[in-house]
Write a protein that binds this ligand. Sequence first.
Ligand SMILES: O=C(O)C(=O)C[C@]1(C(=O)O)C=C[C@@H](O)C=C1
Length: 394
Amino acid sequence: DVLDDVVARGVLRVGTTGDYKPFSFSNPVTQRFEGMDIDLAADLAQSLGVRLELVPTTWGKLMPDLQAGRFDIGMGGVSINLARQRQAQFSLPYLVDGKTPITLCSSKERFQTLAQINQPSTRLIVNPGGTNEKFARANLPQASLTVYPDNVSIFTQIVDGKADLMVTDAIETRLQEKLHPELCAIHPDRPFDYSEKAYVLPNDWRWKNYVDQWLHLQIATGSLKTMQARWVDWPWLQRAPQGDLQQLVALVNERLKVIEDVARSKWNSHGAIEDAERERSMLASLQADAARLKLAPERVQRFFEDQIEAAKTLERERIAQWQAQSQPPFTLVQDLKTDVRPRLDAINQLLLQALARVDQAPAPDASQLQVALKAQLLPRWGQAGQIATAHLSR
Ligand SMILES: O=C(O)C(=O)C[C@]1(C(=O)O)C=C[C@@H](O)C=C1
């Protein structure tokens, strides 16, 4: 009986691959596992009053390792599928997702549909052993397929032009386009297939009932949602072993993405692009925070004026485009005051902190680096990207 064993042992053994953000990632700097499912694993262990032991596994070895009894539960972005279901049990599902492409923003239009991707000229890259490889082999047999064993650097292969695209879970594409501003997730809200994330368990009903009840409470109390938002939104950007300038540019990119939501909301409400009062109050509160971070008021003023100017440029471009296309109102829009502006406020704070770090520790090769970083934003944002990066360093 697994439940009794875990309690008697005083240790919960959780199998995890450590290569799949935002669920499970083995951080090379800290040498520790981190992610949404790692936090949840810690909570599960705590609920049982036992210590957590993370057992590294791989996508190819997940099921054999579970069957060999190397761990009590597999956690870390595992998808339910019937082949796995034949050998083991799954917990309740905690997330609905599906496969969608991620590619260079400049190639976005070329890879919208499976028919477009399923061509001999498409260089598709995939990590081995999991559902991504299965999906690629079943649905994209004509594409030229590279099986690339490192799930962590696989996205850099696309950035460097060594592959055209990867097809993976939408939640991962959403996160990776934040980490690599050159990359665009293609319709992550309309993935090609339907799948559910769950935890994989040995065939033991009492253990499954316990895990399900624990998970049900995580979902019902909203604590799982909070955890998910926390890990999809920010920590990878804050912890990335990349330089301060790179981080600043990633946040500028993130702000522009939220501005697209501003534009959609204004398209539906016919609201004005400019809101002088909002600009004033935003700049005033940023000035107040700037003093704490030892940033000069003029520096903060200029940097955020760039961001606001870029925002208005982007909003104007989008709205002109929708006018030309007779775009009907969007079905899913976020409320400007209660949803979108609070997200902008959160990003503004992170931008301010990143700005302070950039100014306090100027990189020796800053000017060359800046040119390269600015170039990351241009394919996606055009003129708005130029404006937003006009004053990256002092
Ligand atoms: O919040 C809005 O309404 C926006 O359009 C965003 C934003 C900004 O960049 O923060 C840009 C223009 C407005 O004048 C006010 C704020």
